[in-house]
Each structure stands twice: as structure tokens, then as C-alpha cells.
Ligand binder design. Structure first.
Ligand SMILES: NC(=O)c1ccc[n+]([C@@H]2O[C@H](COP(=O)([O-])OP(=O)(O)OC[C@H]3O[C@@H](n4cnc5c(N)ncnc54)[C@H](O)[C@@H]3O)[C@@H](O)[C@H]2O)c1
Length: 284
């Protein structure tokens, strides 16, 4: 694989840089793509084997990476992760706060422990990582942070998952607030909002059934399935100097799902004829 130079001389940390199982996750895909573009990557994961799998790919392709084993829901580990980047590579330019985790139920069903776990995985991890990354980036002359939201952070999702959805909504807003607070330190903060991606995350409990994959494809205006690599390319762009004037943005990577309403997708979602009372074909 030929290496590019869009991230030449940059040092990046990716949290959750490994992947569960055979399907690439967004952390793994973004790590490999950023390394291909010339960045040195600190691969942070709670599980060393998963991080090593990503590192093997990077090194086979001629890229540079190091592993940091830690739990990003712990403030102490987040501080140590940033210190490790300085120790290994002398600076920090990019932080991809990729770790996130599920949290199910309507409000009437929420389990208190599950609630705290979801908030810690989705929000605390990004807050604590950024808390220590920002001073380190300032010393490096600036940098950028990329957080991960979800389509579930904008609209009610296909599963009833209040802790997950509201923590992803919070991450989108956190990204805008941080962009404002740290712009004058030359630190950009953006966010990606993946849609119905076929990646490690939605397959974490059980491999997704084909009919469900098909419905997820049909729900998007493009009618195709996304992968973690599609999200990874968005991360490369936001991390690169090509995005040097872009901050405070929540970028959907979702085949247009967030642009559509359920009725606008009627024909694609249903085999039956659309009721004629409110046809798109009619000028109202
Ligand atoms: N794929 C999708 O459909 C989709 C859609 C919307 C949002 N997302 C978001 O994308 C991210 C998913 O990440 P992924 O695809 O890389 O897969 P993933 O969830 O399988 O996790 C990737 C890695 O994170 C590591 N990890 C888990 N908890 C950790 C912790 N506390 N500290 C350090 N490492 C930890 C795991 O060991 C694993 O190797 C999440 O933030 C998720 O909410 C995904």
C-alpha cells in the first residue's frame, strides 16, 4: 500500500484503535488510514491483542505506530495516554476520541449502572482525553480533536437506547463548545456522526441479519451500505490541513439518512404503492 502525505509529520492518538472480531471498526480504519497518510499513531485500547492487530497492519504497510493500553473512562489513564504520546513522539497534533459504547432502554427501563457506563464511555472518555490533549497540543503549536457522535444523537434511532442517544447528542454539542473555547489556541474540534455503518460496533453482540442490513441500506438516499472505512476517510479529512478552516462541525457520514424524513423514503422502503393523497409528484 502506497503511503500518502496528507498527515506527514503529524502525531495522532486514536482511542479504541483495535476492533472486535473480523469486521473493521472506525478506530481501526481511521488508525490505518491516518498512518497511510503519514501520521505516527499512538493506538490506545483497553485490549492489547486488538491494538496489536491494528499495529501489525500499519507496520506491514510501512507506517509507524505504538501501543498504549488503557481505559479511557479513567482520568488517570487519559492523562497517561497523552504523556505517552509526548514520550514516544515528542508532540501531539490529532486526537480521535473514538471510544463509545451502548446504553439501552427507554427512560422507563434504564438500569442505573448501564446509564453511568454509557455516559462514561461516550462522554467522559472524550472529555478526559481532551482535557489533557489540549495543553499538549498548544505546546505543539495547535492541533485538532475529532469526536464521534451518531445519527442516534440527532433523531430517535432504530433501537430504544436513551443513554446512548443522549450521550451522542451531548458529544455533538461538546464538539461545538470546545471549538469555540479552543479556537484561539489554534485547536480545531469537529465530530463525525456515522449512520447505518456495517462495522464492529453494530455487530458487537451478534452478527447483523441480512434482512436488517438490507433495510438499513434502503433507509438512506444513496441506498448503499457504509463501512468503518467511510468514517475513517472523513476523519482523515478533518485531521488534515485541508480542513484547516473547519471547526465546530458535526459531519454526518450516513448516505444522506439525516437529510431524509421517513415519508421522503417511502418508495424505497416499501414495495407497495405510496398513498396518493400527498404524492411528491404533485405540486401542492
Ligand atoms: N458503526 C456504527 O454503526 C456506528 C454508528 C454510530 C456511531 N458509532 C460510534 O463509533 C465508535 C465505535 O467504535 P469502533 O467501530 O471502533 O468499534 P468498537 O465499539 O468495537 O470498539 C473499538 C475498540 O475500542 C476498545 N475499547 C472499548 N472500551 C474501551 C475503553 N474504555 N478504553 C479504551 N479502549 C476501549 C475495544 O477494545 C475495541 O478494540 C463508537 O463511538 C460508536 O458509538 C458507530
Amino acid at each position: 500500500m502506497a503511503l500518502g502525505n496528507r498527515l506527514e509529520d503529524k502525531v495522532a492518538i486514536v482511542t479504541g484503535a483495535g476492533t472486535r472480531g473480523e469486521i473493521a471498526g472506525t478506530g481501526q480504519a481511521a488508525s490505518i488510514l491516518m498512518a497511510r497518510e503519514g501520521a505516527k499513531i499512538l493506538l490506545c485500547d483497553i485490549d492489547i491483542d486488538r491494538a496489536e492487530e491494528t499495529l501489525n497492519v500499519i507496520e506491514k504497510e510501512g507506517g509507524i505506530g505504538k501501543i498504549f493500553v488503557g481505559d479511557v473512562t479513567s482520568e488517570k489513564d487519559c492523562e497517561a495516554m497523552i504523556n505517552e504520546s509526548i514520550k514516544q513522539f515528542n508532540k501531539l497534533d490529532i486526537l480521535f476520541n473514538n471510544v463509545g459504547g451502548p446504553g439501552g432502554g427507554m427512560v422507563t427501563e434504564i438500569d442505573e449502572e448501564d446509564w453511568h457506563r454509557s455516559i462514561d464511555l461516550n462522554i467522559k472518555s472524550a472529555v478526559m482525553g481532551s482535557k489533557y490533549a489540549i495543553p499538549a497540543m498548544e505546546k505543539s503549536g495547535g492541533g485538532c480533536i475529532i469526536n464521534v457522535s451518531s445519527i442516534d444523537g440527532t433523531q430517535a434511532g432504530s433501537t430504544r437506547n436513551v443513554p446512548y442517544s443522549i450521550s451522542k447528542a451531548a458529544i455533538s454539542h461538546l464538539s461545538r463548545i470546545m471549538a469555540v473555547h479552543h479556537g484561539r489556541q489554534n485547536i480545531r474540534v469537529n465530530c463525525v456522526a456515522p449512520g447505518h455503518v456495517y462495522g464492529a460496533f453494530p455487530n458487537r453482540f451478534k452478527k447483523m441479519e441480512e434482512d436488517w442490513r438490507d433495510l438499513r441500506k434502503k433507509a438512506g438516499p444513496l441506498g448503499t451500505e457504509g463501512t468503518a472505512w467511510d468514517v475513517g476517510w472523513a476523519v482523515v479529512y478533518l485531521a488534515s490541513d485541508e480542513a484547516k478552516w473547519v471547526t465546530g462541525v458535526v459531519l454526518p457520514v450516513d448516505a444522506g439518512v439525516q437529510a431524509a424524513s421517513p415519508l421522503s423514503m417511502w418508495d424505497d422502503l416499501n414495495d407497495s404503492e405510496r398513498p396518493q393523497g400527498r404524492s411528491f409528484d404533485k405540486k401542492l
